[in-house]
Design a protein around this ligand. Structure first.
Ligand code: CTP
Length: 217
């Protein structure tokens, strides 16, 4: 199958030297790309700035901003069987990005932010012929929030992780996830290295997507 995997954070520029971003390391997305390759799938990895090496064998595209990721995802899904949206996309960006460095000010100041586009929501879902896996980064009400995202973002499956703990989730080498599917099935994968979680996820995604895509064709 053809997998498109997005990973890492996005960066939204405030000026030529400053940006707003998040703590995503890209480790979970890269581990999923690696596990999908190991399982014999083709992988198109689209990544925000990350400090780790992309797995060998993946087609790799580096992006920086949420708008670049939006364009890259829309292009990539024209020819894919599975989209895994693991990227931690910025939800807002500065209303204006200064072309010159903002100078130091000795008084409090306010910056204006505007929402970015939601990439998952923007993908058309009526005649879709690929399987969509979203991620949900939550600090509280994990199941309730993940289920809401599953529906609102038209995902076939959502992988929820608790990002409030320092020893799993963002930046860590380990994770623990709860998986919720559109067909009502759910699964938990308890705390383990991200590479192990990724192998398990790829197995589940392959099985579920085959079932779902066969039904549609
Ligand atoms: N996502 C997206 N476009 C955005 C923001 C998020 O496609 N502009 C995707 C992420 O890649 C992920 C899913 O939506 O697969 C959920 O992301 P998450 O950060 O958990 O949720 P948000 O939609 O940002 O909502 P909130 O920050 O309120 O939890």
């Amino acid at each position: 199958m053809k997998f498109v995997v997005t990973a890492g954070p996005t960066r939204e520029a405030l000026d030529p030297v400053r940006f707003i971003s998040n703590r995503s390391s890209g480790k979970m997305g890269y581990a999923i790309a690696e596990a999908a390759l190991a399982a014999g799938h083709q992988v198109n990895l689209i990544s925000g700035p990350a400090t780790i090496e992309p797995p060998k064998g993946a087609r790799f595209l580096a992006i920086t901003t949420s708008d670049e990721l939006h364009r890259a995802v829309h292009r990539a899904v024209r020819d894919c069987d599975v989209l895994v949206m693991c990227a931690a996309v910025s939800d807002f960006k500065p209303a204006n990005s200064a072309s010159r460095k903002l100078k130091k000010q000795n008084a409090p100041f306010t910056l204006e932010f505007v929402p970015t586009r939601d990439i998952l929501v923007s993908l058309s879902h009526e005649s879709r012929n690929y399987f969509v896996v979203g991620f949900a980064a939550e600090t509280h009400d994990l199941e309730k929030n993940a289920m809401q995202k599953l529906r609102k973002k038209n995902c076939d499956m959502i992988v929820a992780n608790d990002v409030s703990k320092a020893d799993s989730g963002m930046e860590s080498d380990e994770n623990a996830v709860s998986i919720f599917c559109r067909n009502g099935e759910s699964r938990k994968i308890s705390r383990a290295p991200k590479k192990n979680i990724a192998r398990e996820l790829v197995k589940i995604i392959s099985k579920m997507s085959e079932k779902c895509l066969t039904k549609k064709s």
